[in-house]
Ligand binder design. Sequence first.
Ligand SMILES: [Zn+2]
Length: 297
Amino acid sequence: MNFGNLFGGKKKTAQESENKWIKCPKCLSLMYFKEVEAKQEVCPKCNHHFRINASKRIAFLVDEGSFLEQDASLTPIDPLKFSDKKSYKKRIEEAKSSSGGKNSAVMSGSCTIENIPVEIAVFDFSFMGGSLGSVEGEKIVRAINRAIKKRCGVIIISASGGARMQESTYSLLQMSKTSAALNKLHKEGLPYISILTDPTMGGVSASFAMLGDIIMAEPGALIGFAGQRVIKQTVGVDLPEGFQRSEFLLDHGLIDMIVNRMEMRHSVANLLRLFTKEERVVSQLIPQEIKEEYHQD
Ligand SMILES: [Zn+2]
């Protein structure tokens, strides 16, 4: 859901949206659109993080003007000639037109964050539920390969319902393909930061999303493998409060940190500096007395 959808009906122009009020789905406060937009689309009353598209995520996270999109022309084919209520081909066409001409659920490219070069792949939930198909997997692998070539880190921001059922095994193969590429990155000693956003489910959470050297999440994000209803029916007990939310996962050791959207850029840059051993920040983290002792030796 993006902001446009909150108003329902036809897509509004930017001018119209600017004059609108929106309701937070969590605290139900009515707020002026601009007020929420200025906070990177986070509710100023209750800190609810609205779902946002890939372009906005990139704009909020990376250095202005540094993003160079890669592999934008890769487009899904329909190897299985799959059809349920609609054909897969038709679904792709619809997703393309509703997303303003995007070819897949992943936007990837090269950029800098606080002047540190990094390769990034970002999921867009509005494109077929951010599902992982052959093109999405390929774009992730290419981003990892570029990072190995350039000797820089990789960031993947997930927002996905899981593997794309219309591609069946081709889609499931992307789990092992991306994991294998990340293993190569790991062997090269290069960092991978995984950022989980609402929602990160299914085959995405069961592969690269949970393989980060550091796994970060936005507050309140739904993160899991199977849906809560399925789990409840299977185990036959009521699930604890907050189950499958970022905070629950942090408490149970599945993720490393929860970071507010507005602090994400700086936190990611700090981690990249640490992992790439940039002297400036590492040296800031060493207490003065230890530094003095070191220099005396
Ligand atoms: Zn709120």
